[in-house]
Design a binder for this molecule. Structure first.
Ligand SMILES: Nc1nc2c(ncn2[C@@H]2O[C@H](COP(=O)(O)OP(=O)(O)O)[C@@H](O)[C@H]2O)c(=O)[nH]1
Ligand SMILES: Nc1ncnc2c1ncn2[C@@H]1O[C@H](COP(=O)(O)OP(=O)(O)O)[C@@H](O)[C@H]1O
Length: 207
């Protein structure tokens, strides 16, 4: 059975890519850059969340914004590949979100936390795991404050969780690639380099 499901995940399209790292490190910035440069190559797995949209975020584009009741019902119904509580809110990857991207033969990009990384490892998705790390805690805090999206309480919670996420990234085998996002252009170049073979495969099929 396991062989069949593995075969299915291969047939379902190119290998997905998981991007993880502390809040404020620059995951969204890097992934948005990638999707803009490589339109028709990558597709974003749109997660569900119970957190409120930030100014500029759009329902069905950045996240599916739902109530806790709706989300819990979906989880209980088996609609999610993984879900986790992060900083007082629920987040999760629905099966439909990944299927939507894979049905178009795009490389599925997932932006998920450390718990999501651990849980995805137990599934047949078999993605590449990329960790984005800040040059220091001080710089991370500066970026989070500069983004102006968090209350002081939410900011402190995220910084606490960041320490745990940064320790996890050092565990051997936790990630395939670790990128330090110091200078944005350098980090973006490293991200593209890590994905170059997968990008090449998708471009070859679609051209
Ligand atoms: N496990 C899991 N984590 C998610 C999912 N979607 C987003 N996250 C993570 O939840 C955390 C908070 O995300 P968000 O509220 O958008 O804040 P930000 O990371 O500071 O931009 C980040 O670590 C995300 O990677 C998901 O579907 N599953
Ligand atoms: N290399 C970088 N240098 C300076 N600022 C950055 C860099 N990368 C991202 N940022 C800024 O840091 C903040 C957090 O980035 P964001 O992409 O929202 O992080 P995440 O998605 O990991 O929470 C944003 O204001 C973004 O513009």
């Amino acid at each position: 059975m396991r062989h069949f499901s593995r075969l299915f995940s291969v047939m379902a399209g190119p290998r997905p890519v998981v991007c993880s790292g502390p809040s404020g490190v620059g995951k969204s910035t890097l992934l948005k850059k990638l999707m803009k440069e490589y339109e028709g190559v990558f597709g974003f797995s749109i997660s569900h969340t119970t957190r409120k949209p930030r100014p500029g975020e759009q329902n069905g584009i950045d996240y599916h914004y739902v109530t806790r009741d709706v989300m819990q019902a979906g989880i209980d119904n088996g609609d999610f590949i993984e879900s986790a509580e992060f900083s007082g809110n629920l987040y999760g990857t629905s099966k439909a979100a990944v299927q939507e991207v894979q049905s178009k033969n795009l490389i599925c990009l997932l932006d998920i936390d450390m718990q999501g990384v651990k849980n995805i490892k137990k599934t047949d998705l078999n993605p590449m795991f990329i960790s984005i790390q800040p040059p220091s805690m001080e710089i991370l805090e500066k970026r989070l404050r500069g983004r102006k999206t968090e209350s002081e309480e939410s900011l402190q919670k995220r910084l606490q969780t960041a320490k745990i996420e940064m320790e996890f990234s050092k565990e051997p085998g936790a990630f395939d690639v670790i990128i330090i996002n110091d200078n944005l252009d350098d980090a973006y170049a490293k991200l593209k380099d890590a994905l170059k073979e997968e990008i090449h495969k998708v471009k070859k099929v679609s051209s």
